[in-house]
Write a protein of this length. Structure first.
Length: 360
């Protein structure tokens, strides 16, 4: 079942000859402004109907200004400006920000749910402060995040006119060629199983299933590279325009990486991954490893920067999750055995955080 294509780039010994790659083209963490909005507005999500919000729109807190402040100063206030306020004034300023965020959130939900209802999809749950006081939330099925992510992936691929979607995968173990060949065979069988499952659950995914592609980079200079080394190699691939040729004028990593393969994480295969596929122990899940493309750049991480992915979950589940969530949130869904399989059921905190990131 040819749902994927494979390409192996063998560039012996050149990994060590290229230096100084940066990660400017990779996706970063959410910006400080979004974090501030999230901290001042808790989105405790429950399923509720849309209720009138005109009272909130007329709330005087939305126009509150501390004595002597103008709208211009409010929009450009510094830490020093906030420190000069009394506790009561600061509290009102924060409430104004929270109220504005509330209105933006409700507007986003209204527009989103109007489109969802038009196509027969379940509405997204509103935050609890949209509900009228004393009103009880009706029992409604929550959206399935995996199905939601798949639908967004389809729109992304078609709107962006991507020819290929998938990952760059680095091989870091070279001492046993027969084992590698057995791994490759098992890897693509498992990848196809995951794609076939997605096609059985979504007829729409069949439109793009033949666009799944894994670019495998083989270079013995990558032997036993740690996750930081793999991330550095990935950044080198991403910077084809800046570091496109070696000293003898030949391409270092082959063809330019396709847009649909430039994800925030890449994959790598070490001896542990190979063994997970070829040993086929009962009850154990075959996996590869994912690494944050920014790992090793000196930036703080809220997780260790790498984790295992079930091969059958790579496409489309993991790929779609990386499109819709911050990496740290995807990493938080790793199972107790250390392997990521899916984004899990509806998570109020996670979905609320994602919604706020989209509207700001």
């Amino acid at each position: 079942m040819p749902h994927r294509k494979a390409e192996t780039n063998t560039v012996d010994g050149r990994f060590a000859s290229v230096r100084g790659a940066s990660g400017a083209n990779l996706q970063g963490a959410a910006d400080t402004q979004r974090q501030q909005h999230w901290e001042c507005f808790s989105l405790d999500v429950i399923v509720v109907p849309r209720t009138s919000n005109s009272a909130m729109a007329d709330n005087p807190i939305l126009t509150y200004l501390p004595p002597g402040w103008t709208e211009e100063k409010y929009k450009n206030a510094t830490d020093q400006d906030y420190e000069s306020l009394t506790e009561e004034q600061l509290e009102k300023v924060l409430k104004r920000g929270a109220a504005k965020t509330h209105l933006e959130t409700v507007k986003w939900f209204d527009e989103k749910n109007a489109k969802r209802l038009a196509r027969g999809a379940a509405p997204l749950p509103y935050p609890n402060d949209v509900m009228a006081e004393g009103e009880e939330a009706p029992t409604t099925d929550l959206p399935d995040p995996t199905a939601e992510n798949l639908a967004k992936l389809l729109h992304h691929v078609e709107d962006s006119k991507l020819d290929l979607i998938g990952f760059v995968l680095f091989r870091t173990h070279y001492t046993d060629e027969p084992s590698w060949e057995a791994f490759e065979k098992g890897f693509y069988e498992l990848l196809d199983e995951g794609i076939a499952t997605a096609c059985s659950e979504s007829a729409d995914f069949k439109r793009i299933d033949n666009q799944v592609f894994m670019r495998i980079v083989s270079d013995e200079a990558l032997e036993n590279q740690p996750p930081e080394g793999v991330a550095r190699a990935y950044r080198m691939c991403m910077e084809e325009d800046e570091v496109s040729e070696s000293e003898d004028g030949e391409d270092v990593w082959g063809d330019e990486i396709e847009p649909g393969l430039t994800t925030s994480m890449c994959l790598f295969v070490d001896e542990e991954c190979i063994r997970s596929v070829i040993d086929k122990q009962a009850g154990l899940t075959p996996f590869v490893k994912a690494v944050d493309g920014m790992l090793g750049m000196g930036q703080p991480h809220e997780y260790k920067g790498t984790f295992k992915i079930a091969i059958a979950s790579l496409m489309p589940a993991f790929y779609a999750a990386l499109l819709g969530y911050d990496i740290v949130d995807v990493a938080s869904k790793v199972s107790d055995d250390g392997i990521w399989r899916n984004i899990g059921p509806w998570d109020a905190d996670l979905e609320g955080k994602r919604i706020l990131a989209m509207i700001h």
